[in-house]
Design a protein around this ligand. Structure first.
Ligand code: GLA
Length: 388
């Protein structure tokens, strides 16, 4: 299992990386986390409920305003650098990570904000392509830097919506709001019960020290850009329009069960969404009652539905989730995020964590000859920014 790395250690890395690269000390640092999601997968763009939280993995950066009006980025991990004028017209480039900062700056340009020049040194321990929203973390990081340098802040949900737009327009992924909201609005030790239709939020405390959330990154990496995500979204829109509702969240399970859809694929997609929304609501009750056995069942049902009805899983995720669900100490495990690779989340008994992790690592390696990255996390704080 991967060792927990405290945020402070990552910040020291970018602080010294900044100093040696830019030749003077940074003034601020920002820490932007990845996210998990306990239940409510592929329902955000259908207006459903999701239950995400920030994780204890971050993209961190040290930064400082400069006098040159340009943005200079130094990524210590990938030894990659970039320099550009953030107030000039910014074009998206195919498959470049710079689309995230550029997309964010372009949205600030649209709402009339000036983007001061700055130097920034970054480092990340959020796995990329791991279904843990490293892209939303990057968007939130740059949005936070722009706020700090302007000395004013957007409303947090407006900021999440701005980052979502950046993702739509510059990364070409028509994502829902879950990732950006989780990365920006999460609170330590809480899950975020987010209604993706009216964007209201409730926090659900998650503090029982005996219950752990284990993340298993399959190291099989998905590309949501390749169109499968959009196809699922389109199927949901078609289902809603056949049902005569604005969004699928407006239909009930009974309505969908009884309805004759134009084809069986659209029916399966709709069944996933309405049942997943129901599971999400049941989960909230389970967590309040500390009924982890029932919570685990809901998580397992979610995986089955994502595998067979929504068809966004893959053999590696099915193997990991299936294996976890057969182990002692696991309440429930399922694939998490957009799918087609990425991570599995398992709700477990904390005192079994090491054994579960070791079993999954070795059996997965045996089966696919791939190393999984396994780590535990508690629900963490959303993006933060401080002065040194
Ligand atoms: C990706 C998207 C989210 C959400 C999930 C699936 O992470 O960015 O908006 O749709 O997939 O739940």
């Amino acid at each position: 299992m991967d060792k927990f790395v405290p945020q402070s250690e990552l910040i020291e890395k970018v602080e010294s990386g900044f100093h040696s690269h830019f030749g003077r000390p940074a003034t601020h640092y920002v820490a932007s986390p990845g996210r998990l999601n306990v239940i409510g997968e592929h329902v955000d763009y259908a207006g459903g409920y999701v239950l995400p939280a920030a994780i204890e993995r971050w993209i961190v950066a040290a930064f400082r305003a400069n006098e040159d009006g340009v943005v200079r980025i130094w990524d210590v991990k990938f030894e990659d650098k970039a320099e550009f004028d953030p107030n000039a017209p910014l074009k998206a480039e195919p498959k470049s990570w710079l689309n995230y900062p550029k997309g964010v700056f372009a949205q600030f340009q649209k709402i009339g904000w000036e983007i001061p020049g700055f130097d920034i040194c970054m480092f990340s321990n959020v796995p990329t392509g791991g279904g843990l929203s490293s892209s939303a973390a990057l968007e939130a990081l740059f949005a936070t830097v722009v706020e700090e340098l302007n000395g004013k802040k957007l409303d947090k949900m407006e900021k999440a919506l701005l980052c979502q737009k950046a993702e739509h327009e510059y990364a070409g992924v028509p994502c829902g709001i879950m990732d950006q909201a989780a990365v920006i609005l999460s609170e330590k030790d809480c899950l975020l019960q987010l209604n993706c239709k009216d964007l209201t939020i409730e926090t659900v405390p998650f503090t029982n020290p005996e219950i752990g959330l284990l993340i298993i990154d399959s190291n099989v990496h998905h590309e949501l850009v390749d169109g499968e995500y959009e196809k699922r979204r389109n199927d949901c829109e078609q289902a809603a329009s056949e049902l005569g509702v604005e969004l699928l969240c407006d239909a009930t399970v009974e309505q969908v069960n009884a309805f004759e859809f134009s084809n069986s694929r659209v029916r399966r997609r709709a069944l996933h969404v309405v049942n997943e929304i129901q599971r999400n609501k049941q989960m909230e009750v389970c967590l309040q009652n500390q009924d982890y056995a029932k919570a685990g069942k809901l998580i397992q049902q979610s995986h089955n539905s994502l595998q067979y009805r929504f068809e966004v899983s893959c053999p590696e995720l099915d193997f990991i989730a299936g294996l976890c669900n057969s182990l002692n100490g696991v309440y429930g495990a399922r694939m998490m995020g957009g799918g087609f690779g990425g991570s599995v989340i398992a709700m477990i008994e904390m005192d079994q964590a090491d054994e579960i992790a070791a079993t999954v690592e070795s059996r997965y390696k045996e089966q696919f000859d791939i190393n999984a990255a396994v780590f535990l996390t508690r629900p963490a704080q959303g993006v933060t920014c401080e002065t040194f």
